[in-house]
Design a protein around this ligand. Structure first.
Ligand SMILES: [Zn+2]
Length: 428
């Protein structure tokens, strides 16, 4: 009996040591409130709450007046929280009595129908699984695919990318490049799955339009721009957003999509290291963003299109984030946006909206789309904020796995016509 107990205790200890991480963060009896600010003053009150306490977590901090905001509140803080809302006359509704129950419904199990050793898009993968698949590609497509290492994350994980390049143009002209960045925010799993879906399509699709697009450009795809944050959502806290660099007040991480060196920290950031949108102590303080920027800098002048993936809200966005001023080639950006949004709804009727980040989401400084456009001078720079829509409640970044393929298919439809339009506008 005692021996058995000792064995159990020892094996539990071993498991804890092996994983090397703190125990899983749970949200038992956390309430989820839906807030709808109607004035700038109410918005400020809500923003001031971000990072103010451990007992309050924002589901998606990128909000504005008249958007729905979801907040998780620890049971002991509910009274104070509701009092703050009432004081500022902010309309609110309790939409979930126990956040943990909802988090537990997410399907994390592997797809039972998956042939062993195969990589599929009917389930979400862990980092190592995706990296093994990326590393297997050059063996299968030695002429077209090479794997590159962007750099190391704070916790020492590699940031991997693949380059896909078909034979040169007939006339020998140098090909332009398209860069795809996924996984900037840990919890937005679809933002990693779709870039891998695109890689697979560029390599295997028999559709003539996809083939033409694949072969006309050099492609650089980085599905996990923030591997530490992503792994942390698997091991410890499903709703983690930022990197994992330790900062003041025992808080971790900066928001990678506020950390780029272009109008850094000018707008849309948290002032505290505990905030969801903490810009970091300085531009490129995060090794992940610095490494990505250094890699992209080696391609300066070559890239014509920069695509980032995020979730959720079904929006297609483009510069600028930091100012309401329109970018120099706004008319072209808008034309490409228009065809892109129209194509997103063709296959499944999915309704995307969008426009310049500043107008459509909120003022944002130091995001990668602005940096790619403003510093790298990549003339076309877009962010897909993918399914679901904001009206589907706080399910948000936990898009069901059975939607990975349809959500990615409609993005491919959109990319096809966007790239075609860019070719026309650029006379490529
Ligand atoms: Zn995001």
């Amino acid at each position: 009996m005692w021996q058995q107990l000792v064995l159990i205790v020892l094996s539990c200890l071993a498991a804890t040591i092996q994983h090397g991480t703190a125990e899983r963060v749970r949200y038992d009896n956390y309430k989820v409130y839906e807030l709808q600010p109607q004035t700038a003053a109410q918005l400020e009150t809500i923003k001031a709450l971000d990072g103010s306490s451990d007992s309050l977590r924002f589901v998606d901090p990128e909000y504005n007046v008249d958007t729905k905001i979801y907040v998780l509140i620890a049971p002991h803080s509910v009274t104070d929280f509701v009092a703050t809302l009432k004081e500022s006359d902010i309309s609110y509704e309790l939409v979930d009595e126990n956040a943990q129950n909802s988090l537990d419904t997410e399907e994390l199990v592997a797809d039972a129908n998956r042939p062993s050793g195969e990589y599929t898009w009917t389930e979400y993968h862990e980092l190592n699984d995706t990296y093994a698949w990326l590393r297997s590609l050059p063996e299968k497509y030695p002429e077209q695919v090479s794997v590159f290492v962007v750099g190391q994350s704070y916790e020492g994980r590699e940031i991997l990318g693949v380059k896909i390049s078909y034979a040169s143009n007939v006339d020998g002209a140098t090909k332009r490049g398209i860069f795809i960045e996924g996984g900037s925010h840990g919890r937005e799993w679809i933002s990693c799955a779709t870039p891998t879906y695109i890689i697979n399509q560029l390599l295997t699709s028999t559709n003539a339009d996809v083939r033409k697009m694949a072969e006309s450009f050099d492609w650089y795809v980085v599905p996990h721009a923030n591997p530490d944050g992503f792994v942390y959502t698997h091991t410890t806290d499903r709703i983690w957003r930022k990197t994992r660099t330790p900062y003041a007040n025992d808080c971790f991480g900066a928001d990678p999509n506020r950390n780029f060196d272009f109008h850094w920290n000018e707008a849309g950031t948290s002032n505290t290291s505990c905030g969801e949108m903490y810009a970091g102590p300085r531009a490129f303080s995060e090794v992940e963003t610095r490494a990505l920027a250094e890699y992209i800098s080696t391609l300066k002048g070559k890239l014509i299109l920069y695509l980032t993936f995020h979730s959720y809200s079904q929006q297609l966005l483009y510069p600028y984030g930091y100012t309401s001023e329109l970018p120099p080639n706004y008319n072209d950006l808008k034309r490409v946006f228009d065809v892109g949004v129209a194509a997103l709804s063709k296959r499944y009727g999915t309704n995307y909206t969008g426009g310049p980040i500043y107008e459509e989401v909120n003022p944002v400084g130091g995001d990668s789309n602005d940096w790619a456009y403003g510093v790298m001078e990549i003339p076309y720079s877009y962010a897909f904020k993918m399914r679901p829509s904001l009206s589907e409640g706080w399910i948000g970044f936990r898009l069901p796995a059975e939607q990975i393929i349809p959500a990615s298919e409609e993005v491919m439809d959109s990319m096809l016509v966007m790239v075609k339009e860019i070719r026309t506008l650029s006379m490529l």
